[in-house]
Write a protein that binds this ligand. Structure first.
Ligand code: HSE
Length: 436
């Protein structure tokens, strides 16, 4: 049988890894598909470097549009990232009848609806396993392995950079700023780390998983983002004393009112498997109504783990290349005419437990005033500890609450901050007991 011809757009870290995997595992891949997968063309700004990586039998071009329009290419693999040229290239590839594999989470989370709609029209497949959690096959898990379930919630450690920083802050008692510098020196964090540390990257990934879990359109604009740059090492330490770890989680949950879609630092019990996912590793916890909780763990980034996902998508397409996309697993896991516009809830309406740290005068009656204001909003307390403040007159009150609606917590915090016996802002970190 003729080989399946692949055109690669972008020969950077993941592109290089993809070439390596296609070569290294060529024989087994060919046994899996029943045909050879041949890298026919690649585009790169650095022609010499690309030639070295891809080898002499691959045609290297500078213009990526040549690849997506080339007559002989069956599958275009987009690995340049971003949402400008990458989007144009993918739409052009689809318009030319090519199947597409991409690792571009931003593009899928922000423009996936448009891309899938065109792909449906042109009857081609668009695969994006590498866009979420690198080498962990979570897209396949959600679209296929858990298809029998109503997904109740997903909670994931899906940004390795943030997880590395939080792990080091806890292990070494170091500040956010110092650990960020270390992460940059080790090459884990970008020179401009904003996307990783402020939750955007995790937001793209949880948006994609939410769409697949609930059969809703991609709605990155509605995803609430809070990163880790404002976290104080003190709260990580106090959380630890109370039996919790702080992790940046992407969370999506279906409720009777709508869908929660959010990224924020979160206290989770240290006995929970997710709490023990350290360093740059990723993990995704999915609760299905029939399977119960499941946990997928692995490398969320890196050339070879990400290439593992890219090549798995190439193999999937190669196996199905003569099948109408109408008979394949739908892009968003649900048939496109059954995608529902279920509303994403504003943060005020989400349900969560909370960690609060309040700086207050160390005087008779202060704690009871604070607890009264929580009770007024119908918020139940799970635990309270008091810590010395830096001066003798003040104390730090740390409170863990049971679950409540965020609106009630906002109101309680506003009232606590207005007390004459408290100082400054109340520190609030959301908490997930995962016991429901
Ligand atoms: N920058 C991401 C992370 C990896 O730190 O996990 C690519 O999604």
């Amino acid at each position: 049988m003729n080989p399946i011809n692949v055109g690669l757009v972008g020969v950077g870290t993941v592109g290089g890894g993809t070439v390596q995997v296609l070569k290294k595992n060529a024989e087994e891949i060919s046994r899996r598909v029943g045909r050879d997968i041949r890298l026919l063309m690649a585009s790169s700004k650095d022609l010499d470097a690309a030639k070295q990586i891809c080898g002499d039998d691959v045609q290297i071009v500078a213009d990526a549009f040549e690849v997506v329009r080339a007559k002989d290419i069956d599958i275009v693999v987009e690995l340049i990232g971003g949402t400008t040229i990458a989007k144009e290239l993918i739409l052009e590839a689809i318009n030319h009848g090519k199947h597409v594999v991409t690792a571009n989470k931003k593009l899928i989370a922000e423009y996936g609806n448009e891309i899938f709609s065109l792909a449906q029209q042109k009857q081609v497949m668009v695969m994006f396993e590498a866009a979420v959690a690198g080498g962990i096959p979570i897209i396949k898990t959600l679209r296929e392995g858990l298809a029998a379930n109503n997904i109740e919630w997903i909670a994931g450690i899906i940004n390795g950079t943030s997880n590395f920083i939080l792990t080091e802050m806890r292990d070494k008692g170091a500040s956010f700023t110092d650990v960020l510098k270390e992460a940059q020196n080790l090459g884990y964090a970008e020179a401009d780390p904003t996307f990783d540390i402020e939750g955007n990257d995790a937001g793209h990934k949880i948006t994609i998983m939410s769409a697949l879990a609930y059969g809703i359109p991609m709605q990155f604009d509605a995803c609430s983002l809070e990163g880790i740059s404002h976290l104080d090492g003190k709260d990580i330490k106090y959380a630890e004393e109370l039996g919790y770890r702080v992790k940046l989680l992407g969370i999506t949950r279906k409720t009777d009112q709508g869908i929660e879609l959010r990224v924020h630092p979160t206290l989770i019990p240290e006995s929970c498997l997710l709490a023990n996912v350290n360093g740059v590793m990723n993990a995704v916890y999915v609760k299905g109504n029939v399977v119960g909780p499941t946990l997928s763990y692995g490398a969320g980034a890196g050339a070879l783990p990400t290439a593992s996902a890219v090549v798995a998508d190439i193999i999937d397409i190669a196996r199905l290349i003569n099948t109408s996309p109408n008979n394949c697993v739908p892009y968003l896991a649900f048939k496109s005419d059954h995608i529902k516009n279920i509303p994403i809830l504003p943060m005020e309406q989400i349900h969560s437990s909370y960690y609060l740290r309040i700086c207050a005068k160390d005087e008779v009656g202060v704690l009871s005033e604070v607890t009264r204001l929580l009770a007024e909003q119908n918020i139940s307390i799970e635990a309270v500890i008091q810590k010395d403040a830096s001066n003798k007159q003040d104390a730090e009150i740390v409170i863990l609450t049971h679950g409540t609606i965020e609106h009630n917590m906002n109101k309680a915090i506003e009232n606590i901050e207005a007390l004459s016996t408290t100082h400054g802002k109340v520190i609030r970190i959301r908490m997930e007991p995962f016991d429901a």
